[in-house]
Structures are given as C-alpha cells and as structure tokens.
Design a protein around this ligand. Structure first.
Ligand SMILES: [Zn+2]
Length: 117
C-alpha cells in the first residue's frame, strides 16, 4: 500500500517532533522535558485516531541512530513541501514510518534495497 502526502496537521506534528528531537540532540531539552512535551502534544492530537509515538523516536536518538544534520534536512523539507517524499522513488513515505523516524528520506522499500546493497 503506497503512502500519501502528509496533511497539514501531520506536517505540524512532525515539525514539532523534529524540533523536539533537535533540542534533545543539541542538549537544549532534557529527555524528561521532551517526554512531557510529547505527552502534551499526543493529548492534543487524535483527530484521525492516531497518537504520535515520540517516545519511540527518543529511543532511536538515544541509540545514536540520528544526527542533527538529518533532522535539519527534514525540517528543510517541511519548509519546501517535499517532506514525506522518498528521495529515491519519489513516492510518499508511509505515515507509520515517518512517525517512527520523522527524518526518514527513503520509503521502506528503497531503504531495504539500499541496505541489501
Ligand atoms: Zn522509495
């Protein structure tokens, strides 16, 4: 099932999440702070029945799987309207993937192909 273009609400949530992750990576925001902010933003959402799982992303950060550069790139893509599009096949990245990894620049299929070599 292909993904679709993120809605404005989605983009706002992803932007918030990315800024929070950036804050944590730069040391401006503590993990505790980030968790309480993410909890507050999860409470506000749910217009389409999903909750955003920022905790998962924070775990990823802790494992060192992301860089400030990745997150700045993703924020740039939100600004220029290309956020959520796969860099390789130009398809929309599925929302579930973006919720887990909001700075992902490839869809899961292209990511797998890249990893397979
Ligand atoms: Zn792709």
């Amino acid at each position: 099932m292909p993904g679709r273009k993120p809605s404005k609400t989605d983009l706002k949530a992803f932007e918030e999440q990315l800024r929070l992750m950036l804050g944590v990576l730069r040391g401006d925001v503590s993990h505790l702070e980030a968790e309480s902010i993410s909890q507050a933003s999860a409470d506000r959402q749910g217009d389409d029945g999903d909750s955003y799982s920022l905790e998962l992303s924070l775990e990823l950060l802790q494992r060192g799987g992301s860089t400030v550069g990745d997150i700045l790139d993703a924020l740039g893509r939100i600004q220029d309207g290309s956020f959520g599009r796969c860099d390789s096949c130009d398809g929309w990245i599925r929302k579930e993937r973006l919720q887990a990894i909001p700075y992902a620049s490839y869809c899961i299929e292209c990511q797998r192909q890249a990893e397979a070599g």
